[in-house]
Design a protein around this ligand. Structure first.
Ligand code: 13P
Length: 257
């Protein structure tokens, strides 16, 4: 609740090469450098991480990778490992984004290995979970999300779970302009927190931040973020524009301030 510091993150997906990433990062640094009440992070493509890290140095805005392979090194053409993101200045990493799951075939088991590799490298993961429209329509939203939670977090030591942020991103709301209603999102966030409370010590569930993701925009952010179990946002499209990302951060600051 009020004690959880809001956390707004921008997932830039497959957009912005080094030059454009630097320009956006510089604009964000200028606009948000005074923001002290919200944790902020951006997730550029791997090749744009160094330019983004440089542009955001001293800004208070963290940089993360979009996906790290489970192995640290070896014959894995095209992959980037968690220690490499760390070495490049990243503090965070997305794990299990729905596009990784649906486009690249990351199963719950693969997501778990990537989560453990990220934790071992000292990166703070954002574990993404969420159901598809078919799953929701079939009444399976809660069971799908629970399976993802069990596979991702089940059996982890409490101190490791405490290092994780969850992002509930209903797949049907991603990039569609169709947001979950604040009540729909809150219902799932409360269920997620209840699952964590049932499986880990109470402080873990109380302190765990659960972001909402899926068509978050400046004009719907405040209403979503004012829900008691929504602690931040994972923003796709609207994070590609400095002004709209900054307005979402400002909404988080005012709702939780
Ligand atoms: P949009 O905000 O573009 O719907 O993307 C959400 C998302 O997938 C963030 O990870």
């Amino acid at each position: 609740m009020a004690h959880r510091r809001p956390f707004v993150a921008g997932n830039w997906k497959l957009n912005l090469g080094p030059r454009e990433a630097r320009a956006l990062a510089e604009a964000l640094a200028e606009r948000l450098t005074e923001e002290r009440s919200v944790d902020m992070a951006v997730f550029p493509v791997s090749i744009s991480v160094p330019a983004t890290v440089m542009a955001l140095a001293g800004s208070g805005i963290e940089v993360g990778g979009q996906d790290a392979y489970a192995a640290n090194q070896g014959a894995f053409t095209g992959a980037v490992s968690a220690p490499m993101f760390r070495e490049a200045g990243c503090t965070r990493i997305l794990v299990g984004h729905s596009e990784r799951r649906s486009v690249f075939g990351d199963s719950n088991a693969i997501v778990r290995t990537k989560l453990e590799a990220a934790l071992a490298a000292g990166l703070l993961p954002i574990l993404c979970i969420g159901e598809t429209l078919d799953e929701r329509d079939a009444g399976r939203a809660f069971s799908v999300v629970t399976e993802q939670l069990q596979a991702g977090l089940g059996g982890l030591p409490a101190d490791q779970v405490a290092a994780i942020t969850l992002a509930y991103e209903p797949v049907w709301a991603i990039g569609t302009g169709r947001t979950a209603s604040p009540a729909q999102a809150q219902e799932m966030h409360a269920a997620i927190r209840a699952w964590v409370a049932a499986n880990f010590p109470a402080f873990v569930a109380e302190d765990l931040r659960i972001q909402y993701g899926g068509s978050v925009k400046p004009d719907n952010a405040a209403e979503l973020l004012s829900q008691p179990d929504i602690d931040g946002a994972l923003v796709g499209g609207a994070s590609l524009d400095a002004d709209s990302f900054a307005r979402i951060v400002e909404a988080a600051a005012s709702v939780h301030g």
